[in-house]
Design a protein around this ligand. Structure first.
Ligand SMILES: [Zn+2]
Length: 468
């Protein structure tokens, strides 16, 4: 099966930022985005209605078209060439000219990975100096007449695209046999390993970068629908040439990177296209890198509004953004009773009655004063809270520990003077090590602000506000 994945199932949305750079040892790795979009769930094979209801309630999953640039001292390496719509522009923003690219590593030969290999006008090579690495099996598939003739006539265009690149780059092409993941092997280039993840296409290859003791696996098209394929790696997509083999490659790769703690990057992972994989139940959880600016903004807002905050209160704010309502809802009656009891203690609204949690604002703290003042119907509020708790899929605690460590790193560098900071930091570390994660507000915070709120998910709150 071949496809330019932007066909009917996807709509392109452009305009957002298109480059995201991170440091892996000595290497600067940049995501070059050619579009962020939703992919329709009709591309999925083997997803049950229950999975879709939970992980793709809008019948679409976040998706993107990415390539990556690796800049090592003395070497500029491109991993896939995208559609080519924004490739030159993206490279120019990084001060890289096409002729500066020394190496192109191709994961496979679907259109949105190789069309950028050719210049827009004419047939000239977009990267005149680059050595192009391609797995032998991938090369052999696309150049086989037998394979091409097996496809219906309207699916043969991809073969011509692939052959045009192979022919045009004939003198720059380096064919190789990728190794199995976890197998020790000589690098393809200093610090770069080619690893087989066959199935999506017959020679689909991932590239592992190793630099200064750090690693990054650029896994190409190992996934197309992270929202569904992380909790359920057994779900394939219609673009997979061999869905069963693709599932096996995904399972093996996910197990390896989760165990080894290797960050990953992918060609169809939504912005910023890079992150870490954690085991989670029977599946996996993907955590993009923490958004530093968002974290700084959230801390600053909190300290401005609640200057008496201790570290514990900052922790709680981010914790709630991550886990949502911490409550285990056993029965509606007791939730109702606790809410009534707390409502009796609560006063009139003074400031904003709904505040976004943490750096991402996935949830809101909704002050119970809205009930006191009858701004929101009591039953509606109660069920909004219960639904928020039920619908929240708690992420794995290991990923939270990672996130909290990053928040602490940021806090340490901020010019704040929070009383008891060092002692609270150690106490929170001990809480995390004990495997418990929830904490109460500090005494100082409770006395000064008398917090009475419930955590409601952003989506549910938006609906609630539309009703009133
Ligand atoms: Zn693709």
């Amino acid at each position: 099966m071949i496809a330019i994945t932007s066909a009917a199932a996807m709509t392109m949305a452009q305009d957002g930022p298109s480059i995201f750079t991170c440091q892996i040892g000595e290497a600067e790795v940049s995501l070059l985005s050619e579009g962020q979009q939703g992919a329709d769930v009709s591309i999925l094979l083997g997803a049950t209605p229950e999975m879709l209801a939970q992980y793709a309630p809008d019948s679409a999953v976040p998706n993107a078209v990415n390539a990556f640039l690796i800049r090592l001292p003395g070497q500029t390496i491109l991993v896939d060439a995208g559609f080519g719509r924004r490739m030159e522009d993206n490279l120019r923003q990084l001060g890289v000219r096409p002729e500066d690219v020394d190496v192109v590593l191709l994961t496979h030969m679907h259109g949105e990975h190789i069309l950028g290999m050719m210049q827009k006008e004419g047939e000239r090579n977009a990267f005149p100096r680059a050595t192009v690495y391609l797995s032998k099996d991938e090369h052999d598939y696309w150049t086989s007449d037998e394979e091409m003739n097996r496809q219906p006539a309207d699916r043969r265009g991809g073969f011509w695209n692939a052959r045009r690149v192979i022919t045009s780059y004939a003198h720059q092409l380096f064919l190789f046999h990728p190794k199995k993941i976890g197998e020790s092997a000589a690098p393809l280039l200093p610090g770069i390993y080619g690893l087989a993840a066959y199935g999506h296409t017959p020679g689909h290859t991932m590239y592992l970068l190793e630099s200064g003791g750090e690693r990054l696996l650029i896994w190409g098209d190992l996934t197309h629908a992270m929202a569904v394929q992380m909790p359920h790696p057994e779900v394939a997509v219609v673009y997979d040439a061999n869905p069963e083999e693709a599932v096996r490659a995904r399972q093996a790769t996910l197990a390896y990177v989760a165990e080894q703690g290797i960050p990953i990057a992918g060609m169809h992972i939504a912005w910023p296209g890079i992150g870490k994989v954690f085991r989670h139940g029977n599946g996996y959880f993907f955590a993009p890198p923490p958004d530093t600016a968002g974290i700084i903004g959230a801390i600053s807002r909190q300290m401005q509004r609640y200057p008496e905050s201790r570290l514990t209160d900052i922790y709680k704010n981010f914790f709630q953004d991550y886990f949502g309502p911490e409550h285990l809802i056993k029965d509606t009656t007791s939730v109702d009773r606790y809410l009534q009891q707390e409502l009796a203690l609560c006063g009139e609204c003074t400031g904003e009655w709904a505040e976004a949690t943490g750096g991402e604002g996935r949830f809101y703290r909704v002050d119970l004063c809205v009930l006191k003042e009858n701004r929101v119907d009591y039953r509606t509020f109660l069920y909004a809270f219960i639904e928020s708790a039920h619908r929240t899929v708690a992420p794995p605690p290991e990923a939270w520990v990672d996130t909290w460590n990053e928040i602490i790193r940021i806090l340490d560098a901020m010019p704040l003077s929070i009383p008891d900071y060092a002692a609270d930091k150690a106490a929170l570390q001990a809480v995390l090590q004990s495997g418990h994660y929830a904490v109460h507000h500090s005494k100082a915070y409770e006395q000064r602000y008398e917090p009475h709120y419930r955590i409601i998910s952003k989506a549910i709150l938006e609906r609630l506000m539309m009703l009133h």
